[in-house]
Design a protein around this ligand. Structure first.
Ligand code: PGA
Length: 267
């Protein structure tokens, strides 16, 4: 049985005062929701603040990216052990904004994935096609190449490590991020199922266990329908994670929609 997972990706938003208000409201709103997992990924500089306000709650915190090196002369970079030092348990990797605006590639994303699992962090590995690729019917080709970039680099021992830290995949169609255009539940389901089959080629047991969450304009009004899909195990939430009421409502949807218990048919 997979538990739903909701992750707020604050991106480059917030300040000490607003963060405090938002986190306090979220802590309050999620207190009784025990049937799913909740995470907020805040800007690195506010991880201390997140830890102070989220310790001993049912909300975990994480980073929005991490470097692949353990330490050294890498100005501006954050190493995996720095995130774990501050109690982070999750890290988002390969987000399309990192790929498109900061020139990260499948190769660097895969190296960071490896570094994250070695440090014991749960990687949330983002994949997804652009609008042009979507319109050209290339969704599965693109998603497969992004998935394979990671899967191919993992030895069997690393794959076991990735399972031990409960690796997560996030399907985030780039055309849906921050645009207000959401994939339909059926579109999301179809790509999530494709991703699960891709993992199953490596390890069918793992495929049934890995959580695959959807991101791209998830809001309070569409979350329940998305999360009701059998292979959609929650959401990666950008804009709506900055609004306490919206985020709480999305978490409530994840909490009340039981995640899929049935194993998909592996053909
Ligand atoms: P959005 O962002 O919810 O604002 O579309 C999602 C994301 O980028 O993770």
């Amino acid at each position: 049985m997979r538990r739903n997972l909701v992750i707020g990706n604050w991106k480059m938003h917030g300040d000490i005062q607003r963060n405090q208000l938002l986190l306090e409201k979220i802590v309050d709103g999620l207190r009784e929701l025990n049937h799913a997992d909740y995470v907020v990924c805040v800007p690195n500089i506010y991880i201390f603040q997140a830890r102070a306000l989220l310790e001993n709650t049912n909300i975990a915190w994480g980073g929005q990216n991490v470097n692949q090196f353990e330490e050294g002369a890498f100005t501006g970079a954050i190493a995996p052990h720095m995130l774990t030092d501050l109690g982070c348990t999750y890290v988002i990797l390969g987000h399309s904004e990192r790929r498109n605006l900061f020139f990260e590639t499948n190769l660097t994303a895969a190296a960071r994935f490896d570094a994250a699992i070695r440090a014991g962090l749960t990687p949330v590995f983002c994949v997804g096609e652009t609008l042009e690729e979507h319109e050209a019917g290339l969704t599965e080709v693109i998603v497969a190449s992004q998935m394979d970039a990671v899967m191919a680099t993992l030895s069997d021992a690393d794959f076991a490590k990735a399972m031990a830290v409960n690796m997560v995949f996030a399907y985030e169609p780039v055309w849906a991020i921050g645009t207000g255009k959401t994939a339909t539940p059926q579109q999301a389901q179809s790509v999530h199922q494709f991703i699960r089959h891709r993992i199953a080629r490596r390890n069918p047991d793992a495929a049934a266990k890995v959580r695959i969450i959807y991101g791209g304009s998830v809001k309070a009004h569409n979350a329940a329908d998305l999360f009701a899909m059998p292979d959609v195990d929650g959401g990666l939430i950008g804009g709506a994670s900055l609004l306490a009421d919206e985020f709480i409502a999305i978490c409530q949807a994840a909490n009340s929609v039981a995640s899929s218990t049935c194993l998909m048919e592996l053909t």
